[in-house]
Design a protein around this ligand. Structure first.
Ligand SMILES: [Zn+2]
Length: 711
């Protein structure tokens, strides 16, 4: 309501002459201004009291932000303004000062790009109201700069008017005085949650209800109490003199989460997913990148990241046609497997709602699946750590093994011959791992599953972590056949975060860290309130076993099934997986790769899964390797990992693996064989030598990956 003086530079020479004129005008305006303020003030007071039902109103706390490791805002709270009109005041003003409505509507429409007729209509059709949210219940939301632009426009008009009117009064020009006043407009301040990176890390960050009072997903939900802050209160009461008195308890701003997430790494993963979808394609793609040395989560991305600023909009993820038939979608078909009647009985709206839920599910934490061959590394580590398996042992595979009346086959009935445990990992030989598992025995096997935290929650600081307690055999429930299939990753479920955390301990020296996302909590000034240190839960294996595992997992890349993921000159370690989904008859697979680089001192761990890749033979892990390879292209550079010299780099040569198991090595170890009566027994060293087979067929494709035939 106060007037800004006109710019001095233009007017300083005339100021002496015009002083009395301007003075008079100002005095007149001030009188009007005071009147309006009082009138408005009364209106607001009445309104506030009515709203407060005689007691109090809440003052919103400003929620804290969520930051990535580099300080990039993942979630921010922004102050915005609602455009509020006071048509009652406008009507009075326009009567006293003709032209006010037109001028006010003009400035509003110009600064906020609003339809001028709509603005005028809002004023003229609601003259009884002193509080009108322009643009309906959701209103017109304006930002700082927009409100600033409006104030400047009003101030420019006022100074033009003052100058113009002064000139008329001074008879410098002829014309009619401008009476119009900008009036009946105010701005209500509120906070808005904003996600500057849109669909990056959406399932990890999560989002809130529109009023920010409740976290719906992700960190927003898990840390809701910290982020929200505590609302303040404004108490109003009428004192003994009949005066309205106000007492204020200020709001406490929410705390800010500093996370280990890295939006740059997320961008790398997102690009890789896009490229993979263009080149090969598949469903339910998920990638975790974590620091294997302390459990910090660096990124979690999927093929169904949604825009956090518009979390219910599915149009970016599905075509119009797909949204017409949500029941046909892969995600709903999976979610309602075996209950398709239930799905079909739902209305389209219910189906869309269910689809939205599936999209927003953070599969890496909340989903579970049979890990397949990636679990062989845990079996191997168990055997080595307990000295049950010697690295020099050999195991024999003739393509199939009988266990309790079941035939367990190697991939494509491959006859692997004699393999050391490391070679068997390299070839991902089921038959050898059945033998290794049986040698370990049920008691030790289940004990180590527990040590690797399978069947238990990891405790990651994200909501809705999958509970796999009943999706795994325990010592008292496990039979030899279950032990045999569990040894190569079938017949139990893991969540990705479980396996990632277990693998981190395999390669970091045997330290199992609780995976976590938030590293510290800051107050609204940016001061650290709490540091969240990595939590070492337990030792899983010794330094020596871990060193052996790094070597074994590097061998898988250099000479085993994971040759495709390798980029020449870089030392990577890792393991492939292809787990056959139920029902096995459909021959559908989840393929995976979990690895870390550099192999001798891993800086990052990467784990990717692709559900039902769009390839003819899903039982090959190649699509998962392809996806990870796209990520590695950029991750190496981002982590400052440079290629070794060409001499150091192995070249992938599958036939080498076959040749490497010569008879002298084989003679040192012992293996299981299945004898004609169908029972398992140790073979003698002599038998080892006698039965030694020479594998001559050299395959183009990497072999590997299990199939289980249960007869
Ligand atoms: Zn085999």
């Amino acid at each position: 309501m106060s007037k800004k003086p006109a710019k001095k530079t233009d007017r300083v020479k005339r100021l002496a002459v015009l002083f009395w004129v301007v003075g008079l005008l100002l005095a007149a305006c001030m009188g009007r201004a005071i009147y309006l303020v009082t009138a408005n003030g009364n209106e607001f007071r009445h309104k506030a009291l009515a709203q407060a039902t005689g007691t109090s109103t809440s003052i919103a706390a400003k929620p804290g932000s969520i930051l990535d490791a580099n300080g990039t805002y993942l979630a921010a709270t922004k102050r915005v303004y609602r455009l509020i009109l006071d048509p009652k005041v406008m009507a009075e003003t326009d009567e006293a000062n003709p032209g006010s409505l037109d001028k006010t509507a003009e400035i509003l429409s110009e600064t906020f790009s609003l339809d001028i007729d709509e603005v005028k209509k809002a004023f003229t059709e609601n003259t009884d109201s002193s509080y009108l949210r322009f643009g309906g219940s959701s209103g017109t939301i304006l930002e700082d700069e927009e409100v600033e632009a409006y104030k400047e426009a009003v101030s420019a008009f006022n100074s033009e008017k003052t100058t113009y009117n002064a000139k008329i009064l001074a008879k410098e020009i002829e014309g009619t005085k401008i009476t119009a006043k900008v009036s009946g407009v105010w701005f209500e301040e509120e906070y808005r949650r904003e996600y500057p990176l849109g669909d990056t890390l959406s399932k990890v960050i999560g989002y809130t209800t529109e009023d920010m009072s409740e976290g719906i997903l992700g960190l927003e939900k898990y840390y809701s109490d910290l982020i929200q802050g505590v609302d303040g209160k404004e108490y109003k009461y009428i004192d003994e003199n009949g005066k309205v008195t106000t007492e204020v308890v200020e709001a406490e701003d929410g705390l800010t989460l500093q996370t280990s997430l890295d939006a740059n790494v997320s961008a790398i993963l997102k690009n890789a997913i896009v490229k993979f979808q263009e080149e090969t394609g598949g469903h339910r793609i998920n990638i975790i990148v974590m620091n294997p040395n302390n459990g910090e989560i660096i990124a979690m991305e999927s093929d169904t990241e949604f825009d956090l600023n518009d979390p219910t909009d599915l149009s970016a993820l599905f075509t119009e046609e797909e949204l017409e038939n949500p029941a046909e979608s892969f995600l709903l078909q999976e979610a309602f497997k075996g209950r398709t009647e239930e799905l079909e009985a739902m209305t389209k709206e219910e189906q869309l709602e269910a689809l939205l839920q599936q999209v927003q599910l953070n599969y890496a934490v909340s989903g579970t699946y049979e890990p397949g061959s990636t679990a062989k590394a845990l079996t191997l580590a168990t055997g080595i750590e307990e000295n049950i398996i010697d690295p020099e042992d050999t195991f024999f595979c003739d393509g199939t093994i009988e266990v309790e009346g079941y035939s367990i086959h190697c991939h494509m009935d491959d006859q692997c011959g004699y393999l050391t445990p490391m070679e068997a990992l390299g070839r991902s030989c089921n038959v050898c791992y059945v033998q290794i598992g049986q040698k370990i025995g049920i008691e030790t096997f289940t004990k180590y599953q527990e040590i690797f935290n399978l069947g238990q929650k990891t405790g990651i600081d994200l909501p809705a972590e999958a509970n796999t307690k009943n999706l795994i055999y325990h010592e008292d429930s496990m039979q030899t056949i279950d032990l045999s299939t569990s040894s190569f990753g079938q017949s139990f479920n893991v969540s990705m975060i479980q396996l990632a955390s277990a693998y981190a301990s395999l390669i970091n020296g045997g330290y199992y860290y609780e995976p976590h996302v938030v590293t510290s909590v800051l107050d609204s000034e940016g001061n650290t309130v709490e540091e969240i240190e990595p939590l070492l839960v337990r030792r899983t294996i010794s330094e020596e076993t871990s060193e052996y595992m790094r070597e074994a997992l590097e061998y898988v890349i250099e000479k085993g099934t994971a040759g495709y993921v390798k980029i020449d000159g870089y030392n990577l370690l890792g393991k492939t997986g292809a787990s056959e989904k139920l029902p096995r008859s459909e021959q559908n697979y989840v393929v995976s790769f979990i690895g870390a680089a550099p192999a001798d001192d891993p800086k990052f761990l990467i784990y990717a899964t692709v559900d039902e890749p769009d390839v003819e033979d899903q039982s090959m892990s190649k699509p998962a390797q392809e996806l990870v390879r796209y990520c590695l292209d950029d991750l190496y550079a981002y982590y400052g990992i440079f290629p070794e010299t060409a001499d150091d780099a192995y070249s992938y040569d599958w036939s080498q693996l076959r040749d490497s198991t010569d008879s002298s090595d084989a003679a040192k170890g012992k293996s299981f064989i299945d004898d004609p009566e169908g029972t398992l027994r140790w073979i003698t060293d002599d038998e080892n030598l006698l039965n030694r087979t020479e594998n001559t067929d050299s395959e183009e494709e990497e072999p590997s990956q299990e199939t289980e035939d249960t007869e």
